[in-house]
Design a protein around this ligand. Structure first.
Ligand code: DLL
Length: 434
């Protein structure tokens, strides 16, 4: 028995999907042109009016949007409707510049939650499920998105949020959780902790997990599936477009179906911006097709992917994307949180340090380690251990309030970080994520 949340649309013919997309794009472009002066300007610079966009084929004429545009337009410049029509804000961590602030009308929330409901049903979810959600709640989209999807499916929802692993395990066992939603690294950690506490995989009632927000490997999937006794499904999304559920894995566990009735996907050459044919690897670009609060046309995700329209055995007809195979910018995802080296640099300068630093990221026992080596400036150099520890602690707190996660700070002597002859090597990422 195949399970779909919205079978009519999830298994629609390619012709029908195109028809829906063509109808929606005309309206979406007009909506943006009429309501978002920032984007209207970009269109005018290219000599475009909404009449030039008659179908999704014409999307390639439209100008791109990037994170830089989001920064320039922060906070309200890309708002697509009167703020009083919006009912929610979600956001990513970061400085004003890097922070993404997205606005949602009730219709946008319903669409987003339906996308998450599709993902839950694709993972075998029904209204009999107990769905334990340990993505962060709050401004991060993971918790609220899956929570909404779980309600739509009719699951009994456990809004655990992240952290407090002992309590997660207690609820999971006592309340018979059957679906687990969290980052893959947290799922692996829960698996390990269960084993440490003497539980065998068959001691829990879990049958599926929906894991995303960060890269994870096939080996990690196998480890999680084994330790929890479940089938593990990938889910992808980004705050700019709504959050989790832009695409999701089906039982084939081979690529994620993009919810194409809401998001139109293109792959471009990140250098030239040229649209690449299906099957080629490049940067994923999304156009929202029916968003009201924060509609984005041709938004460059910086995620490097491949698209495929090959027939899928699950019966879904929506295009599939590979998991992100890398990024075309310097963003790292550490413990599920997006981190840019420029944010770290901004904190260092604000706290009176030189920007001579090195970030070392690794994955030990399925958890990310995050170390930052920072040089003392000669003026404030200290060799007193207590003083060093105090400065490290202070810097760590400042990083935490900027990034939302704690790095381990190591203050080192001036000039001790190896200087590179070319570009400074700021990041050493030892994780093997793809
Ligand atoms: O991470 C939304 C999300 C929450 C997705 C929960 C899945 C589950 P942001 O914080 O805006 O949103 O980060 C978006 O995270 O551009 C990718 O680089 C990365 N990412 C998201 N999902 C995956 C995944 C959420 N399944 C950025 N695999 C995106 C690899 C992912 N990377």
């Amino acid at each position: 028995m195949k399970n779909y949340y919205q079978p009519e649309i999830e298994t629609a013919s390619r012709e029908r999907i195109l028809e829906i997309q063509n109808e929606k794009i005309v309206k979406q472009v007009k909506h943006v042109y009429d309501n978002v002066p920032y984007y209207r300007n970009l269109m005018e610079k290219k000599g475009l009016t909404p009449e030039d966009i008659k179908s999704v084929d014409d999307i390639k004429k439209l100008p791109f949007l990037t994170k830089d545009d989001l920064r320039e337009a922060y906070p309200y410049g890309l708002l697509g409707t009167d703020i009083k029509n919006c009912v929610r804000i979600q956001s990513t961590s970061g400085t004003t510049g890097k922070r993404v602030v997205a606005f949602y009308t009730q219709k946008d929330i319903d669409m987003w939650e339906e996308c998450c409901a599709r993902a839950i049903v694709a993972a075998g979810g029904t209204d009999e499920e107990v769905c334990q959600i340990c993505y962060g709640y709050g401004l991060f989209t993971g918790g609220p998105g899956l929570n909404g999807g779980s309600h739509k499916v009719g699951c009994l929802t456990l809004p655990m949020s992240s952290g407090n692993t002992d309590r997660q395990i207690q609820f999971m066992i006592d309340l018979n959780a059957t679906i687990l939603c969290c980052t893959p690294s947290y799922a692996a950690y829960i698996g390990e902790t269960l084993a440490e506490q003497g539980y065998r995989p068959e001691d829990n009632k879990l049958k599926a997990g929906i894991f995303g927000a960060e890269p994870w490997t096939r080996e990690m999937r196998e480890g999680i599936e084994k330790s929890l006794g479940i089938k593990a499904y990938d889910i992808y999304g980004l705050t700019e477009l709504s959050g989790p559920g832009v695409s999701f894995e089906c039982e084939e566990q081979h690529g994620m179906h993009i919810n194409e009735d809401h998001f139109y996907a293109e792959i471009i050459d990140p250098e030239t911006g040229e649209v690449l044919p299906e099957g080629e690897k490049g940067e994923l670009v999304f156009t929202s097709l029916d968003k009201e609060g924060f509609p984005l046309l041709r938004y460059r995700t910086k995620d490097i992917c491949i698209l495929s329209r090959e027939k899928c055995s699950c019966g879904r007809t929506h295009v599939k994307m590979t998991k992100p195979l890398g990024r075309s910018d310097d963003m790292m995802i550490i413990r599920g949180v997006n981190v840019f080296p420029s944010q770290i640099e901004a904190v260092l300068l604000k706290e009176g340090f030189t920007p001579n630093y090195q970030i070392v990221v690794d994955r030990v026992n399925n958890s990310d380690t995050f170390d930052i080596y920072v040089e003392f400036s000669p003026e404030v150099f200290s060799d007193k251990i207590a003083e060093i520890q105090q400065s490290e602690h202070k810097l760590s707190s400042a990083m935490r309030s900027m990034l939302g996660i704690d790095p381990k700070i190591h203050l080192v002597a001036p000039k001790s970080i190896v200087r590179s002859e070319g570009k400074a090597v700021r990041v050493i990422d030892k994780r093997k994520l793809v």
